[in-house]
Structures are given as C-alpha cells and as structure tokens.
Design a protein around this ligand. Structure first.
Ligand code: GUN
Length: 291
C-alpha cells in the first residue's frame, strides 16, 4: 500500500512559514495584496476565486476582487488591468481563466505587469522560467516540487513521465524538472493525446505526474512498482451522494495505490499546494516590489 501524500499538511506548513514573512513585511508597513479578476459567472471559476480570497484572509494578505460581467468588452478588462498595474496596494494579481469568448486570454496575459504576474503566465516570465531564471514559478508545478521534497522523493536522476502538455502544468513542470537544481535534474518525458503506448512510458517512470484532464486515464497497471504518483486532475463526476458529485482525478486511485510507493489523493493532494504557492508568489512579489 502506498504512502498517501497529504497536500493539506504540506500546504499548511508553507502557509505557516509565509506567516513569518508576512509579519516581517507588516513591521515595515507593507501588507502584500493579491487581486483576483473574474469575468462572467462560471460556477467553477467563482468557487476557485472565492477560495483564493478566503486564503488571503486566513494568512493576512490584502485580498481584492474585481468582478466584470460576462459581456464585458476586451477594453473594459484592459482598463481594469491597467488600474491593477498602477495600484501600489496590489503586488500580484491574476485573471481567472477561462474568459468569455469575446476576450483573447493571450492578449490579457501580455497586458499584465510581469512583476505582478503571480501565475507566471506572462511571456517574459515563461521565458525566464525556461532560461532557468524564474521570477515566479507557476503555482501547480512549484507546489508539486514542494510536495516531492516534503516526502523526500528525489528528482535528481529520476525518470519522470508527465502526462499532459498544458501551458499551466505540463510544460512548466517539464522545464522545472529539467533544471540544474536540487529539485530538478530529472530525465523528463512529456506525453499527450497523440502519444503512442502511453502505458510503456508511465510504467517505466519513477515519478508519474498526471495532468491531462482525462478522468481516471491512468490505472494501477500503468504504474511501476514503488513509483510516486502525482495526480493534478480534478473532475466532477455525478453520483447519488448529497452533493450530487464526486471529485475524481486523472488517476484511478484504488488500483494505483496498490502498486505506487506514494500517491496524492484527489481532493487533498495537489490542489491545496497550488493555492499555497499563489500566496507564496504574492509575498515574494511584495518583497521584490518593496525592497
Ligand atoms: N484557471 C484554472 N487554473 C487557473 C490558474 O492557475 N490561474 C488562472 N488565472 N486561471 C486558472
């Protein structure tokens, strides 16, 4: 039976450490500010943004929320972005993705001040990450590095198979793990929907990172004995429980935990880490801007 990796516990420890840094900034009269921008009323996005705001409150960050209607024009959003770029109380912010179809998310990202881009999505920050000089590491991959470190899972020399090539998880994860650093130095394989014989690539890996958004794509037969399994997926699958749904990852947990050495649950694995690293990046943005 695998060790169950407790993302809530590791995230909580990171938030405690942040508390000390926030206290030091507070002594200098600085409260790190994180703004969230939501365009429209997508229920999942509303939930995520509310959680980010609640996190701010809990750790003592100044949480600011900007709500725009679903029919907002691109110019209205660009105006809001300009205001946030200019606001000294806002050290970091993000525009929740997805945005309505009249808005081009890439253009939105380009307009964010890279020094306040705590998601790490701006092309300048992506370039810096690839060059090994990251300003902000994207929250989910950074959180995964912290989880691996907390459970003493060595990446140096490890074979890591990432399933998924998204701009927010798969690609930055691959770049971070390739870097010449104590939490990098891995041999990385990135798989995607056109990969042939996916099972062969996951089975040979010391660490499997599933981030493809396909519910329970990876089962125990695709995991090598003793491997570490990190499940980034989170989908709602309807059931007859009180809530009406269950949260399910990209990994079939029940069969995978029988072969893996360690595995993240869904929920309670990667999700809390992503949220903690957003707070981390905001505190780091505030320190950089105020120094
Ligand atoms: N939508 C889903 N995940 C994210 C994220 O990490 N950042 C933003 N801005 N939008 C998202």
């Amino acid at each position: 039976m695998a060790t169950i990796i407790d993302g809530n516990a590791v995230a909580s420890a990171i938030r405690d450490d942040l508390g000390a840094a926030i206290g030091t900034l507070g002594d200098e009269g600085v409260t790190p500010g994180l703004a969230t921008v939501l365009v429209g009323d997508d229920p999942a996005s509303e939930t995520y943004v509310n959680m980010k705001q609640r996190d701010c409150e809990e750790v003592g960050l100044n949480g600011i929320h900007v709500d725009l209607p679903g029919d907002a024009s691109p110019e209205e959003l660009y105006d809001a972005i300009e205001d946030l770029n200019a606001d000294p109380a806002v050290h970091g912010y993000l525009v929740q993705d997805p945005v309505p179809e009249q808005i081009d998310y890439r253009e939105v990202i380009r307009r964010i001040d890279p020094a306040k881009d705590v998601d790490g999505f701006h092309p300048e920050n992506v370039g810096r990450l690839v060059a090994g000089d990251a300003r902000f590491k994207p929250c989910t991959p950074h959180g995964i590095q912290k989880l691996l470190a907390a459970y003493d899972v060595e990446t140096e020399g490890a074979d890591v198979t990432i399933v998924g090539r998204s701009d927010i998880v798969g690609k930055p994860m691959a770049n971070l793990l390739l870097q010449k650093s104590h939490d990098g130095n891995a041999t990385v394989t990135v798989c995607h929907s056109r990969t042939e014989d996916l099972a062969a690539k996951t089975r040979r890996a010391d660490i499997v990172i599933a981030a493809c958004g396909v519910t329970e794509l990876i089962d125990g037969s695709m995991i090598g004995e003793g491997a570490t399994v990190i499940d980034v997926g989170i989908s709602r699958v309807e059931d007859d429980s009180e809530k009406g749904y269950e949260l399910v990852g990209d990994v079939e947990f029940e069969s995978a935990k029988e072969v893996a050495g360690a595995i993240t649950p869904v929920p309670g694995g990667v999700g809390p880490m992503t949220r903690a690293m957003l707070l981390y990046n905001t505190v780091s943005a505030a320190s950089l801007q105020e120094s």
